[in-house]
Design a protein around this ligand. Structure first.
Ligand SMILES: [Mn+2]
Length: 261
């Protein structure tokens, strides 16, 4: 168990085959915090409208979060576009979890970060919803192909976890340009508001860097990369690539193949 001040998570995509709930559960067991920020796309209602994949591990993750909230961890949930249905309930709270459209967090070192999901800075989801939905379907297809590929790789003992969806996204030039323009427009908006930084999600590209004097932080996702941001007790932010608890359960990048109804 490691103590940090805050944990920031986004793009968990509960309700989908791709969600790495086992990994997230071991992460949540490892870190104890005063704050837990859920920065959108926690539950994937888009994907669930086409079919729900809800594993036991996903239930455990939800229970773990609710238990943390009950036991005094301040849990704040900023809905994303995949869980935009929850945006109707912004301003209310359920099970000790506050739902807000965005939140300003003051770190232990006094720096002020705005927490937002980020889809409003994505020109695709903003103006061409059908492209986003189509992209979503394609992405889910890639994830399925990836399950098959990793099975083959395991069978033939090709070492290292390799993700097709992650690879495709990293390699495609257009995707990189998309990421840069997203980061730039987020930073521009934050700068105008006179804040020190931003913690967002949405594009599944974890980052912690300074752009134009603003600390740009992206939580990444729990679909491909299993990344999270933590704020240490002194306010220092850190980007973590979770590879499983070394003393806990078996580490590895396996996708949950087991499905519950
Ligand atoms: Mn999103």
């Amino acid at each position: 168990m490691e103590r940090v001040r805050s944990i920031f998570l986004s793009d968990i995509h509960l309700g989908t085959r791709a969600c790495q709930a086992d990994q997230l559960h071991s992460f949540l067991k490892h870190y104890e915090s005063e704050y837990l920020f859920l920065v959108g796309d926690i539950i994937d209602f888009w994907s669930m409208s086409r079919g729900i994949v809800w594993s036991r591990a996903q239930n455990t993750v939800v229970q773990k979060i609710l238990r943390k909230a009950r036991h005094g961890v301040k849990v704040i949930f900023v809905p994303g576009n995949h869980d935009e249905a929850l945006r109707e309930y912004v301003g209310t709270s359920f099970g000790d979890i506050d739902l807000v459209m965005e939140h300003v967090h003051t770190a232990a070192d006094g720096k002020r970060y705005v927490l937002l999901h980020g889809d409003e800075f994505d020109q695709v989801t903003r103006y061409h919803r059908w492209v986003a939905v189509l992209g979503d379907v394609l992405y889910n297809f890639l994830v399925r192909v990836n399950v098959l590929l990793s099975l083959i790789r395991r069978t033939f003992r090709i070492s290292g976890y390799w993700s097709l969806a992650g690879y495709a996204k990293r390699k495609v030039k257009g995707a990189l340009e998309f990421i840069y323009s997203f980061e730039e427009s987020v930073v521009h908006a934050v700068k105008e508001r006179g804040l020190d930084g931003v913690v967002c999600g949405h594009i599944h590209a974890a980052a912690l860097k300074t752009i134009d004097g603003i600390t740009y932080i992206n939580c990444g996702d729990w679909v491909d990369s299993c990344t999270a941001i933590v704020e240490h007790l002194d306010g220092r932010m850190e980007l973590l690539h979770w590879k499983g608890d070394p003393v806990g359960e078996v580490a590895g990048g396996e996708l949950p193949l087991e499905e519950a109804a």
